[in-house]
Design a protein around this ligand. Structure first.
Ligand SMILES: [Fe+2]
Length: 461
């Protein structure tokens, strides 16, 4: 690994407000909106997922870009800043019962609020104008929830967000829910009971189904409930179980079908859709996972492992069968996938974007961006030696005439310069349009949200 990638796991202390960024190249005139990004910015030794949440904000307007960033002010932040300790995080036992609310994974909109999410069910609202922390946003329901995903889906036809919670107990439950626009009320759709709940970082949604994909990383609920082990230590890799696809009807709320496949693990499903009775689910899938090794020290020193890179796999669930058919979509690997969500979500689609590892310059940290044509398996890449891009976010042109008519935005670390920039690529050609240079480095990030709105101070968000 290049030495420059160490900046990905170096704390960022500085907080800036509306810093005008120097532009190289151009940001298109039509591109007007705000990109929010979430990720750890003060690292805790225990685990990457326990790094303290920071929200980064890029406001793009008429070719100009300003940048702001603020830590979420949470109990986890207060504890870490006071005595350097982690408060009941992913890799720290929760025996004290105190919650950290360190929502460092993603950003979404819930009931007119902007909220930071993680996998504990509590969401933290922030002001999209100042990035000030508003606080935990309570749900208007009593749905049991010990765990959830930070990757809800949005159903444009039903005008509802979908997600599920996990309830731990002697028997555990997955509660699939919908949350209609403009509410914070999670409406239970259906419950699937299990004695061996899987860790699921994301799930699949088609027009008619929610598919929970149980990779064989299995929680031991007893260990979790006793509070002596951390979440990470309560998960156990059990490849002999294989992978299971639980197909839940959005209308029926029932577990309608179950499919199986060989063991593998995926953090991120790319997209899913139905076609002629079959369900197709695309995923960035590795052969196995070692959750304990995802800590800053290990990540910054580990060597490239060619045998466990995330491949783009397509699982086909056909009526009358119980085993999923599997096909590899591209020779390129892919993580942090993104699609033209408004155009393609839950529908047959062509283009997926993601980060990957350059096959001629392999590193353990993703060092390029990739666009894969899923129809033909061909790919375009963007690569610059010693630079490390994060999740690509697709933004469509105002009247997009094709699926890839837009730009890709990605926060990239320049490992040599020790600073980061917002990169804009033409999503069709994957050629660089421009970059907006940030005066400091931005550490390893997870997920973001783009909106066509701008949040000016006078408007108060
Ligand atoms: Fe994720």
């Amino acid at each position: 690994m290049s030495n420059g990638s160490k900046w990905l796991f170096t704390d960022l202390k500085q907080e800036l407000e509306r810093e005008p960024l120097h532009i190289q190249g151009i940001f298109p005139e039509w591109l007007s909106g705000t990109l929010f990004r979430n990720g750890p910015a003060k690292f805790m030794e225990s685990h990457l997922f326990d790094g303290l949440a920071m929200i980064h904000k890029f406001a793009i307007d008429h070719g100009c870009v300003t940048y702001s960033n603020r830590f979420l002010r949470t109990p986890a932040y207060d504890r870490a800043m006071t005595n350097g300790q982690t408060l009941s995080g992913f890799a720290s036992p929760s025996s004290s019962g105190a919650k950290g609310y360190n929502a460092n994974v993603s950003v979404t909109r819930i009931d007119h609020h902007f909220a930071a999410l993680t996998e504990s069910p509590d969401i933290v609202a922030f002001d999209p104008c100042s990035l000030g922390t508003i606080g935990v946003l309570p749900y208007e329901d009593d749905l049991p929830a010990h765990y959830t995903t930070a990757h809800p889906h949005y159903d444009f036809r039903r005008k509802s967000l979908f997600n599920f919670t996990v309830q731990f107990g002697r028997t555990c439950s997955y509660h699939v829910y919908g949350m209609p626009d403009g509410t914070r009320r999670r409406k239970l759709i259906g419950t699937v009971e299990t004695t061996a709940p899987a860790y699921m970082h994301s799930f699949a949604m088609t027009e008619n189904y929610i598919v929970l994909v149980e990779f064989p990383l299995i929680f031991n609920p007893l260990e979790l409930m006793q509070g002596e082990k951390s979440i990470a230590d309560s998960m156990h890799w059990m490849p002999e179980r294989g992978t299971r696809f639980l197909v839940v009807g959005k209308n029926s709320g029932k577990l309608e079908r179950v499919f199986e496949s060989d063991s593998c693990f995926s953090f991120h499903l790319i997209n899913a859709y139905e076609k002629q009775g079959d369900i197709f689910i695309d995923a960035c899938a590795m052969k196995k996972i070692s959750m304990g090794s995802i800590n800053p020290g290990h990540l910054s020193e580990s060597a490239y492992n060619p045998s466990n890179q995330p491949a783009m796999l397509r699982f086909r669930l056909s009526p009358g069968k119980t085993v999923a058919a599997v096909e590899r979509l591209s020779e390129e690997t892919m993580e942090f996938p993104g699609i033209h969500y408004r155009w393609s979500n839950a529908a047959e689609y062509r283009y997926a974007y993601g980060t990957s590892t350059n096959r001629n310059r392999p590193e353990s940290i993703e060092n390029q961006l990739v666009k894969v044509d899923t129809h033909f398996g061909t790919a375009k890449t963007w690569f610059q030696e010693g630079h490390y891009p994060g999740e690509p976010v697709f933004v469509a042109t105002p009247h997009a005439s094709s699926e890839d008519d837009g730009v890709i935005l990605s926060v990239v670390l320049d490992g040599d310069g020790g600073s980061s920039y917002l990169l804009a690529l033409d999503a069709v050609t994957f050629e660089e349009l421009g970059r907006a240079v940030v005066p400091h480095h931005i550490p390893y990030g997870f997920h973001g949200l783009y909106t066509n709105e701008l949040f000016n101070e006078e408007e108060g968000g």
